[in-house]
Write a protein that binds this ligand. Sequence first.
Ligand code: DGL
Length: 261
Amino acid sequence: MKIAFFDSGIGGLSVLHHALKILPNEKFIFFADEDHVPYGTKTREEVMQFVDDAFKFLISLNVDAIVVACNTATSVAVREMRRRYDLPIVGMEPAVKRAIDLYGDQRVLVTATPITINSEKIQILIDKIGKRDLIDLLALPKLVDFAERQEFISADVENYLREKFSAYNFEKYSSIVLGCTHFNYFKDTMRKILPDNVKFVDGNEGTLKELMRRANLSPTIDQKISAPEIKFYFSKREIVETDQLERIKIYLQRLDEMYII
Ligand code: DGL
């Protein structure tokens, strides 16, 4: 099956990275909308237009399923894309329910982009879970810029996170939800700042379960293939240049390091 993973930028690689582990025999297209990243600080209308364009392109590649590996694009456009196209379309939303299910009645800090944090969709999600008093929301837009320029560890990253986290008494929190796929690159700096009781929760596993359910796929257990078939696109340009492919490799290596934190 040919599965497209779509994000505003390179955050979606964290979902693809996980897919490569559990579905190594599928064919993958990775589309990062590098011409328009970041989405999270733009208007919903702009994001809808970008997603619309990206979908038209992905459909022209005859993909069999599309994973919107972007919480922001999902919150703006997934419902509309499902209405327009008849193929499995999987979206992502901050894994707040998973955090509450895993850790019970302790506080949860949900981090995401401004669009996701200010969306009606996240309010509906919180209402559905019914633990509003335990859930705090925090936008961390600068992490997207840091990730895009491969600034994973630096004094600026650390100071930014320290400042943003300073308002919370983390002794009372079970977990932090990484509600933007770009945030997975910063788990080591977050770990350094947060006390050990705060666990990371992301939506990668849930998203792939949903992909397998919608596309009728089963996980490939214990079977590694050496060269999975992946084509990378930055906006509509296929990436074939060695330096660009090297750049992507650095992200995937970084995700290998972050996978176990
Ligand atoms: N990676 C995206 C997300 O999961 C959005 C980042 C951005 O473009 O602002 O929300």
